[in-house]
Write a protein of this length. Sequence first.
Length: 286
Amino acid sequence: MKTIVEKITPKIAEEYLKKVKAGNQRKLIMSRAESYAREMRAGHWFLNHQGIAFDENGCLIDGQHRLQAIILSGLPICMLVTRGIAAEMVNGVRLFAIDTIDNGYKRLTGEQLALRHGVENANRVAAATRAILFWATSIKKNTTPVALEILNLYPGIKKLSAGNKTKILTGPIIGCLAVAIKSFPNLAEEFIEPFITGAGLERNSPALLLRNTLLNNASPDGGSNLLVRHISWACNALKAAALKQNIKRLGSNNAGWLFFMEQQKGNVRKIRVAAGLTETTTQEEK
């Protein structure tokens, strides 16, 4: 068995993918490859101990999603390439290297933020950055590099995540609040504090309406559709508060989303770049 570092171009990746033997690999999931490709385009893909591997017969046994991502990204990527992995006899059973691949426990973004970057309340922080990523890009899967870049743009996330852990102050709601106070700092005192405590709220105020709506609906953990509604409700309430409007109901439309996207075009652009969706940033800033 031999391992070397190779610069794999999209053309080489195509040739390597031809070496997949039917039945030897899991089904290629294009959404996963696209996710890897976004990380490559964003510059978040670094050389590490994980790469691609061929068995003793030259068949590709690991790395098809990485190779497909190289093709999708259009970029050459340096990776470890291992060749000549042989099957072994263990206790009378012939085991293949593929039997021991991808059996580990995947580290979640919150765990990475806590373990590697010292972020407190990391799960709430990760959920908040995921909501902001979804708001800016419609991407639901977060990664640690993207979460860290969003934290740099929205430092209010950490303070909000350290606050009152009430039923209504979930990670996604924290993400919406952090976005809103970036454009309207006054909302920290005028909206967020009474929203959390419930004190001094007038009838038809956006904060009271959002508070009651969330208390009367299940946690966003109940499913992605409910998560989207929570974010929509929060953004619509925060838009009304920013514009000093009293409202009687919260729509689950994207009016609030679009309002804050218009306010923060520069940040939205940066998040899209961080997520690998665009090639370059503009000079336009928030």
